[in-house]
Design a protein around this ligand. Structure first.
Ligand code: ZN
Length: 165
């Protein structure tokens, strides 16, 4: 126990608070409901992976991450309107929801929902947190080896750690 280090192919459980430049908490989770991510798979922003690399269980860190290591700089023409019925009705639209579309060259690109009105949904190439410096406070709660399935899928499955060994 306690000898595991955060590195590629580990599933890491964290509690965190994410604050903006004004110190306002904009995201987070606590130890009762941790975030599990697969290290090295881009599940969390690059700057956070770098900050957590090599950490042990119980470590608490702070990290200030510029947009380039976070959700990227803001770009593009800004939010674009789409009719609500361009989305399948079974999709539950929420702010920040990512989805893939093909551009006119058939290239896949990621868009984010940034505004929802009754008949119109606004989408943008920018993640809602693009352009922001991210101030993280993170506690490492658990570290375990990823299963073969998880490595293949590139994300953790919601397996109770107690069931694994
Ligand atoms: Zn999967």
């Amino acid at each position: 126990m306690g000898t595991e280090r955060v590195s590629d192919h580990k599933v890491v459980g964290i509690a965190f608070v994410l604050r903006d430049d004004d110190g306002e908490a904009i995201d987070g989770c606590d130890a009762d409901d941790p975030l599990y991510y697969l290290h090295g798979a881009g599940n969390v922003v690059a700057g956070l992976e770098q900050a957590l690399e090599g950490c042990s269980e119980g470590d608490a860190i702070t990290a200030v991450i510029p947009p380039e290591q976070g959700y990227g700089p803001r770009q593009g023409p800004g939010p674009q309107p789409l009719p609500r019925d361009a989305f399948p009705p079974e999709i539950e639209l929420e702010l920040g929801l990512p989805f893939d579309v093909e551009d006119e060259d058939g290239e896949e690109m990621e868009l984010f929902v940034v505004g929802i009105e009754e008949e119109t949904v606004y989408v943008d190439v920018n993640h809602p947190l693009a352009g922001m410096t991210l101030h993280f406070e993170v506690e490492v709660l658990s570290i375990r080896d990823a299963t073969e399935d998880e490595r293949e899928h590139g994300h953790p499955h919601h397996v109770d750690p107690a069931e694994l060994n």
